[in-house]
Design a protein around this ligand. Sequence first.
Ligand code: FAD
Length: 626
Amino acid sequence: MTQTLDPVSSGATGDVAVSSGATGDVAVRAGAGTPQQRVDAWLAAFETALAARDVEAAAGLFATDSFWRDLVAFTWNIKTVEGRDGIADMLWSRLGDTDPSGFRTTEEPTEADGVVSAWISFETAAGRGEGHLRLTEEGAWTLLTTLQELAGHEEGKGMRRPRGAEHGADPGRVTWSERREIEERELGHTVQPYVVIVGGGQGGIALGARMRQLGVPTLVLDKHDRPGDQWRKRYKSLCLHDPVWYDHLPYLPFPDNWPVFAPKDKIGDWLEMYTKVMEVPYWSKTTCTSASYDETSGEWTVEVVRDGEPITLRPRQLVLATGMSGKANIPSFPGMERFRGDQHHSSAHPGPDAYAGRKAVVIGANNSAHDICGALWEHGADVTMVQRSSTHIVKSDSLMELGLGDLYSERAVAAGMTTHKADLTFASLPYRIMHEFQIPVYDAIRERDRDFYDRLEKVGFDLDFGDDGSGLFMKYLRRGSGYYIDVGAAELVANGDVALAHGNVRELTETSVILEDGTELEADVVVYATGYGSMNGWAADLMGQEVADKVGKCWGLGSDTTKDPGPWEGEQRNMWKPTRQEGLWFHGGNLHQSRHYSLYLALQLKARYEGIPTPVYGLQEVHHLS
Ligand SMILES: Cc1cc2nc3c(=O)[nH]c(=O)nc-3n(C[C@H](O)[C@H](O)[C@H](O)COP(=O)(O)OP(=O)(O)OC[C@H]3O[C@@H](n4cnc5c(N)ncnc54)[C@H](O)[C@@H]3O)c2cc1C
């Protein structure tokens, strides 16, 4: 997905002198001195104001248009506050408990286009944090603060790695594998997990690995026979659309010989290997059938069936990692029951082999529709794609070069970019202004691939670049749909090899699909590539509609663009953060998000496990139910 480092405007408006009532006058001439001096002066003034609990002075160090994005460090939430008033409100509520200190740069700040950028670290009462600061002449433009570890509960890694061997002679020695066997025997039976994660795809596995590292008894459950089956069972031509540099899991990056776009079975095998190597407690062949929360005891009753055996689990925290692209939207068209050919949702598509020489109609024009049309065409099917609304298409090469290249590429690695730094760089861009960074990238892509887009439009393909021209990644964050990263199938549409039809389906007959304008498409197979529903649909299935409505829609930013209704939320709804249902969490997204946000979710869960107070600032309102 798309990230760029170039700001379009600094919002610079001139020098500002900030007076700190509690600590005497501190003049922060943000425009004077080297980038290092300017950042040092700002951080010193900020720390002085915070230490004096002088909220007005601290907020005054920010520019009028400014953003403070906090990942758990101050807010025990994932929250962006905007402008001096928003910042002051958060600090009034959270400054005392957070007790931040020790703000310092971790490398030399840089300056570009009037914006000074700095990597910072700091401490809070609860732990250690890292962050990023962008300064203009008016003060702080963006500030990112993230909690990286809880003091006293650091992970056993690096200098703290476990010894493994217990040297010496011990007649009562219990070996590593014996200890693992005991753990496996007890967890979920005589020992209750503190956290149950329903869904053992990449999301559940990554979070499970982090929970294990943090020493929180956690169980990951999945319906499938083996970890990785989520990918193995998808259609056979599927490869990741995101490149390897974007896809690493926590702790264990892919090796240097890993393909740029991993085929789905290879990803499946990696997930299985990862689960084993990271010792993620994982129950395969286990379906969660229901869950209910007892407000008084603060405990969930989670009913599962493990390989035919019903088991009741009683965790205090329940995470749904059941897949953002997991709950299939299956349309209901008149006549579906009389259609004599094969018909299935894209998630159940078996692949093209059975359809050589057959007529295939694929309903939808996004990622899955394109992939499936391409594979069917390659196997000699006669394929028609039915497009109902516009789609954003971006060529994979262009995306890699112009979108991702600065952060996630071999070029970025060669320039010293680490996955951690790339993730934090991306996290440092507040969602409110992210589209401004994206629009120029997609303008450049449109120019570079003009001929391709012209040809697509010439065959009648309804193309868009997002409501505001901000392209793929904003569409992904806002609605999680409406795009295709072109790895070849769009060419087939552009050159007419895959036929294109438009409009809604009116009905199916025994042998065809009829569109609203009367167009009849003969079909031996109909694939409904009609997308996926909001993750709170999983909550409805397992806990009832009342709980689903209590937490509301998952995903989306409230951007008031197509399929992402306002009001503005500032962060993705319900993801990786406290919800309106105590003890219920949602985790998911692409591999990048699974990797990065699993840390913040894990730290929130660990803090609760250890009884560390976690007062949440700005628990989100529910504006939409699905
Ligand atoms: C064409 C295509 C290309 C894609 N390309 C990429 C890409 O390049 N990069 C990327 O990151 N993503 C890509 N995706 C999206 C990918 O599907 C998701 O990112 C990924 O599957 C999300 O992982 P997850 O762990 O959140 O959910 P899933 O992989 O969907 O796993 C959820 C798991 O929950 C389990 N589950 C659900 N309900 C229950 C229950 N009641 N009890 C027990 N288990 C349950 C399911 O069995 C499933 O295994 C692509 C998708 C498609 C269709």
